[in-house]
Design a protein around this ligand. Structure first.
Ligand code: ZN
Length: 295
């Protein structure tokens, strides 16, 4: 498969000019390894643990790096964006560039760790810009207007950048619905908002199953790739063998997640996956004919 990839070429050495750094588009073939090991990844923008995986690999955001931008945004929020001066706008853009770059570096660092651990497939939630319903978002202790912040920080494009960085390392990225990944119990399958009594803890109201919340979310995302009914019913496969979520309402998603949850089968899937670390068979082979890991 071909993908357009932007390659930065630094011509400084040839021209002795600091300004001649430009980009060209080059078509490069995507190559992936055979399926070896999958990882679920929960993206968390509210705390220091930015990326948490089902395996316990995580990447932290240093609060100090984003603090300056977040407090500046809070100040401008209070003043009103229509009233900010040219100087303030320039300062804001500079801080945004710095944080965007930092976040991209953190993603690259995380993907590098995954590669070293032999990960061939990552399951990520299909991050979408926040809707009007969520007017505010809490980031590292700062409350900000959600859409504005996401637009400014280009967080809406975070998913695409994550995929690009992973592809460059030869890792497939499967996307699944973000809905209910933090609320569904891995033991009995029940879905309830109150299953997450705090930011850090998951406790099922039905069966009492307890787990660290972010890690549980990451395992839930991974399950949607490993567990055949979820994989088949909720997704389609793209041309390079990656899952993409079907367009369904939250109500339908909840209905399907509950209807197809078989406690015994799910527990078998999770146990065999964690005990062997490496799944012996490509989990997509039974239902997804075109999955490249099976070819
Ligand atoms: Zn439960």
């Amino acid at each position: 498969m071909l993908s357009k990839q932007l390659l930065l070429i630094d011509r400084r050495e040839k021209t002795n000019s600091r300004k001649l750094v430009f980009a060209v588009a080059k078509e490069e073939k995507l190559t992936f390894k055979e399926y070896g090991k999958a990882l679920g990844v929960d993206v968390n923008l509210t705390a220091e643990k930015f990326l948490v995986s089902s395996d316990g690999i995580y990447t932290e955001i240093e609060r100090e790096v984003v603090k300056e931008l977040l407090s500046y945004l809070t100040k401008l929020d209070e003043k009103g964006y229509q009233n900010i001066t040219v100087k303030e706008k320039k300062k804001l853009q500079k801080l945004i560039r710095k944080v965007s770059w930092y976040i991209d570096c953190k993603i690259a660092e995380f993907i590098k760790k995954c590669k070293e651990e032999g990960i061939t497939d990552i399951v990520l939630e299909d991050l979408r810009p926040f809707t009007g319903k969520r007017r505010e978002i809490e980031l590292f202790g700062y409350r900000l207007k959600a859409n504005r912040f996401l637009r400014l920080l280009h967080l809406a494009g975070l998913k695409e950048r994550f995929i690009q960085i992973a592809h460059n390392r030869g890792i497939r990225v499967h996307l699944t619905h973000a809905g209910y990944s933090s609320q569904q119990c891995l033991k009995c399958g029940s879905i309830d908002k109150s299953n997450r009594p705090s930011q850090s803890l998951f406790i099922c109201r039905e069966c009492g199953f307890e787990e660290e919340a972010d890690r549980k979310s990451a395992v839930t995302l991974l399950l949607r790739f490993l567990y055949e009914p979820y994989r088949r019913i909720l997704h389609t496969v793209n041309e390079v063998g990656e899952l993409r979520p079907n367009k369904i309402s939250l109500k339908t998603l909840k209905h399907l997640l509950i209807k197809h949850f078989n406690p015994e089968n799910v527990s078998q899937v999770l146990e065999s996956f964690s005990s062997s670390s490496f799944s012996p068979e490509c989990p997509a082979e039974c239902s997804l004919v075109e999955h490249s890991g099976c070819l």
